[in-house]
Design a protein around this ligand. Structure first.
Ligand code: HEC
Length: 136
């Protein structure tokens, strides 16, 4: 990290870098989902959107990340890790702990895929420019 801060030693360079990152386009998940969106809808609306937002865009106030621009397999793996106590198990990881508790709402692997399938066609938010883009 120290090397990094030396690297970013001038404010201008930092601003240029942040500006550059702001031009990144959101990456839409392209990997396939073996789930039923209709079955996933109920769980998403009642169990996920409260914290992650109605479109899964992430809510700054609740420190929740956006879920839509991450790969589907990654999402699945993270939920499994919360369930298996591989993630959020450290007592100091307050946010991870919250998600760990919530993850058990999804009772089996199929239910996880169903929720991910439901999130597929939701509009994708680009956190940097706060624009909504319909997924083709
Ligand atoms: C009570 C609030 C709350 C609810 C409800 C909730 N989450 Fe989360 N979720 C969080 C928080 C806080 C984090 C950030 C955890 C961290 O930083 O480790 C998170 C993180 C995640 C991550 C990790 C994302 C990443 O970038 O690694 C996934 C995946 C996720 N949630 C999926 C879901 C799903 C699916 C549901 C519905 C079943 C859900 N969450 C419901 C609070 C919530």
């Amino acid at each position: 990290m120290q090397q990094m801060s030396i690297f970013f030693s001038t404010t201008k360079l930092i601003n240029d870098t942040v500006g550059y990152i702001g031009t990144f386009k959101p990456q839409y998940p392209t990997d396939s989902v073996n789930g039923n969106p209709e079955d996933g809808r109920h769980a998403f609306v009642y169990a996920c959107s409260t914290c992650h937002g109605a479109l899964g865009q992430g809510v700054e106030l609740f420190n929740t990340p956006g879920l839509r621009t991450i790969g589907n397999q990654y999402l699945f793996d993270q939920i499994k890790k919360f369930q298996n106590l591989q993630r959020g198990a450290n007592g100091k990881d307050r946010l991870g702990r919250i998600m760990q508790e919530v993850s058990h709402i999804l009772e089996d692997d199929q239910m996880i895929w169903d929720v991910i399938a439901y999130m597929q066609p939701l509009p994708v938010f680009d956190d940097n420019i706060q624009e909504v883009t319909d997924v083709e």
